[in-house]
Design a protein. Sequence first.
Length: 564
Amino acid sequence: MKKLKFALLMATVAVATLTWSFKEDLFLVSKNLDIFASLYKEISINYVEETDPAELMKNGIDAMLETLDPYTVYVPESEVEDFKLKYVSTQFGGIGVSTVFIEGKLFVNEITEGYPAFRQGILAGDQIMKINGAEVRGKDRLQVSQLLRGPRGSALDLLILRDGSLIRKELIRDEIRQPNVIYSGMVGDIAYIRLDKFLENSAQEVQNAAIELNKQHPRGMILDLRYNGGGILQEAVKIVNLFVSKDMVIVTQKGRNPEKTINYRTNTIPLLPELPLTVLINGASASASEIVAGALQDLDRAVIIGQRSYGKGLVQQTFNLPYNSLVKVTVAKYFTPSGRCIQAIDYSHKSALGKSGRIADSLIAKFNTRTGRSVYDGNGIYPDVVVGTTKLSPLTISLISKSMFFDFANSYKKSHASIAAAGDFRMSDEEYNTFITTLEGKDYAYVSNTEKLLADLKTEAEKEQKLAEVKSDLDDLKAKMLIAKKTDLLTHKAEIKRILESQIVSRYYFEKGRIVQAFQYDKELDAAKSVLASSTKMLAILKGEGAYKTIGDPAKTIADADNN
């Protein structure tokens, strides 16, 4: 009886403390709001120069939110539609083009097959001069986007420049649907689904694709989440539910507010509970992608392949504000079935300069999957099978930034009525030499990695007052480097050809064709096919046999993070 009375007393104290703390928080909020409102009013009225009240307030809000994390953001009314398109909906009124600014000029970058721009014969490489009579010159990307979009059925007038001639195109906007599943198909005897984002209906799209592919009796399935930045948490849970049993905890959301602590469970019978499954991830796989990969890894349901994921373990919720504005707030952290939070950046502790760093190595803890494999928190999802990344050379990066691939692909399309099927297309050596010829006289200057090292060596020699002793050697190395750079177009031929081929294929077969064409160079895809081809290997990984017992110890994941 005494124990019961003591417990009741402690509970009463806890509730009273919580109530007092809540009231004090409300008082401080109210007090500081009064101070802020008065300050805003006095600045707006009395500052020596005229101020823009809306801009002043926006800057103040942004500065306040910068002290938190990059995912907590204010969305003014003018940006709400773009916000919804990015984080919620996949539909909008438009014509089906993507654009790119090159040297201040606006060009059509890609066409979406089947939509108004495609039907009206607009081509990649067309320069957009005017939109509904409005000059494009001087406008930014948001302004251009707002001009191109509009209600379905509304008219759009474009003035484009093609091969030196001005052409007017009259289009009727349609409802543009950006699918979450941008490609699905069979790769040999394996089902492949490429999920681009987790917006509305993404789980249904994955399910529909899986049902169709399963009719072909695949050996296994590859779910590709590379470059998928995430989206809606509940969609991720539904996707996991396609492969794991009912009533399994997939992710737990925990916030400071007890109301934000939620367990998300599977609630239906799985569609494919037995089909061998692999998941592809990389350093740009984040948020909902990590929920899917982390849950399937913790439940030993799929083999994760690729590179360490981004490491975003934070949950955001959107709240309505006055005058049709919004605020997206980080309300909780999420935890995978084993209990780990994969958040990699510690936003709660910042340096004197306001910079956030990675979770300290000493704070990273070990957890266990259902069969006892060791996994770790604080550093994204580490794959069961690691496939190394290949970084682009400075030369290739320069060619991309100077739009050399873009220009060549456009000219190639004009001189070639057709090409081989997307999955078979490869440039010949003769065509590559033609590309090299087109670069003559063009500015694509770059600094090679060796030149960077030579510059660093010179700097260190100057610091140690030894430059005079090594100057002749450095000059000799620099001269040899300049000669070697002349052969870089041949040295890096393979990677340059891959990007050129991708650009060219997109002119004929659009986005799906580009995906299929890239399969022939895809190391992660090959690794997944290899795992799925061997049930013995797959079982060894999922059971944690030998080297597969530990998935990414802290020292290894930190080193990997530095290279990702």
